[in-house]
Structures are given as C-alpha cells and as structure tokens.
Design a protein around this ligand. Structure first.
Ligand code: GDP
Ligand code: MG
Length: 256
C-alpha cells in the first residue's frame, strides 16, 4: 500500500475542512469553524492500487508559524483551494504555491493540484472557470471546480492529487536515471575506446564505448581483446567493426 501525505492549503473559509470532511466522511458541515491542524486517514483504491491517504487540514497562517514550515516540508502533495466566490482567495494561490516550492526538496517536481471550490454558488461567482484553468496551466497542474456542499468533483480532486504525486515522483526518478546514464556515457566517451557496430537485423549503426580500464588490464596481461571477445560482449546479432587497434597505436605514440 502506498502512503500519501496530502496537505490542503488555502485562505480561511474557502472550504478546506468541508472538502476533507465530504471526502472522508461524506458529510457537509455548515458551521464555520476555523480549524486547528487536523489529520484524517482514508484508504482508497486508485487505478487498482491501494493508497492510504493521510490528509492534513490546515488553517490560515497570516503570521509566521513553525507549523507552517513543517506542513510544507513534510507534505508530499498539495491541494491548493480557493473559492470561486472570492477574488482575494484566488489572488493568494500563487503565493501559497511559491511557499510550497520553497520548502520542498525537489522544487521542480512538486505535486500540486488547484481547486476552485463552492461552484454551487454560481450567482456569487467572481472567478470564471477559464481564469482558474489558465492559472493551473501556468502551474502545469490539474484543475477542478468543486462543490463540497453538493459533492461535486470531491473524490476526483483527492484521487487526482494522489495520481499527481505518483506522476511527479516517476518524473523525478526518470530524470535522475537519465542524468546518471548520461554521465557514465560521457565518461566512457572521454576515456573509452569507440567500437562501431552495424546491426545485422533491423539495419542501422551504433557506437559502443568500451571501457579503457578493461582494455588496460588486458594489455598488461598481454591479452589484447580481440574481435571475438568483443563480439561476445555485444549481442550476437550485431556485426561489429573495431577501432581499437588504431586507438591503441595512438595511445602508444602519445606515451612516447
Ligand atoms: N455553498 C457552499 N458552501 C461551502 C462549500 N464549502 C464550504 N462551504 C462553507 O464555507 C464555510 C467555510 O468552510 P470551511 O470548510 O470551514 O473553510 P476552511 O476555513 O477553508 O476550512 C462553511 O460555512 C462551509 O459550510 C461549498 O462547496 N459550497
Ligand atoms: Mg478549516
């Protein structure tokens, strides 16, 4: 089971606590109660995988609070909420996102979704759907208009947040891997011997960089790797031409 630490952020009274209670308990609370920090757990199956969602409700932090730092640092994915009936709450979103990015270790891979709540209050609307969508586009994050009152897009938002966390994690790991393999290729290109290959099946050519260290150890044992040995190393169906000899001669000349 995957555990996801989700944090719900946003200005006071946009409906954070109501959204969470609707999601976790399927109830609508119509009393305005500025919450203190509160955590909720819910087990859900998302895309055939069980998730334990650990949802943290937060309260508005006009003043500095060390609590806020820990929410932003320890959270793994963030639901940023504004109310479609409040321009002020919408204007606050960008700042909240910046704060999240500042506190997260991998700021390029922060998992955020944007939610415009209270979409049942159509005649009090101050923020158009397009405006919300456009902001989410600049954040490159998913967007939902929700109603915690009518239970519109509530599950969808939390599910999407868990998916976003998975997606960003994978993106980050992929990038890490590609940096690693790029580095090792560069090292081989710098220090290794180039072996040109030609695919027998499928056509095309490829280059393989053969580690210098390996060649050296064989040279010391007076065993220069022959074409057969290299062929063994490279997959059988590939025809290989070797530029090793030339390189070795060059090296010898340089040593003189
Ligand atoms: N009409 C409507 N009212 C909502 C909705 N969500 C929350 N509210 C109301 O807005 C007020 C503030 O909600 P609350 O969850 O306490 O906001 P929080 O401060 O962000 O946690 C409460 O009176 C809620 O009943 C919604 O989707 N539609
Ligand atoms: Mg609250």
């Amino acid at each position: 089971m995957t555990e996801d630490k989700l944090v719900v952020l946003g200005q006071a009274s946009v409906g954070k606590s109501t959204l969470i209670n609707q999601f976790v308990h399927s109830i609508f609370i119509d009393v305005y109660d500025p919450t203190l920090e509160d955590a909720y757990l819910k087990e859900v199956k998302i895309d055939d995988e069980w998730h334990l969602l650990d949802i943290l409700d937060t309260f508005e932090y006009e003043d500095y609070t060390p609590l806020k730092d820990s929410w932003l640092r320890e959270g793994e994915a963030f639901l940023i909420v504004y109310s479609i009936t409040s321009r002020r709450s919408f204007d606050k979103v960008a700042t909240i996102r910046e704060e999240v990015k500042m506190m997260q270790e991998y700021s390029d891979y922060v998992s955020i979704i944007l939610v415009g709540n209270k979409c049942d209050l159509e005649n009090e609307r101050q923020i158009s759907r397009e405006e919300g969508q456009d902001l989410a586009k600049t954040f490159n994050c998913p967007f939902f208009e929700t109603s915690a009152k009518d239970r519109i897009n509530v599950d969808e938002s939390f599910f999407s947040l868990a998916r976003e966390k998975k997606f960003q994690n994978e993106k980050r790991l992929e990038k890490k891997e590609s940096i690693k393999s790029e580095k090792s290729l560069k090292k081989k290109q710098k220090n290794g011997y180039k072996v040109k290959g030609e695919r027998v099946h499928g056509g095309g050519t490829f280059d393989i960089y053969y580690e210098k260290k390996l060649v050296f150890s064989r040279v010391q044992k007076r065993r220069y790797p022959g074409e057969t040995e290299l062929l063994e190393l490279i997959e059988k169906e590939k025809k290989v031409t070797i530029e090793l000899k030339k390189e070795k001669e060059k090296e010898k000349e340089e040593e003189k």
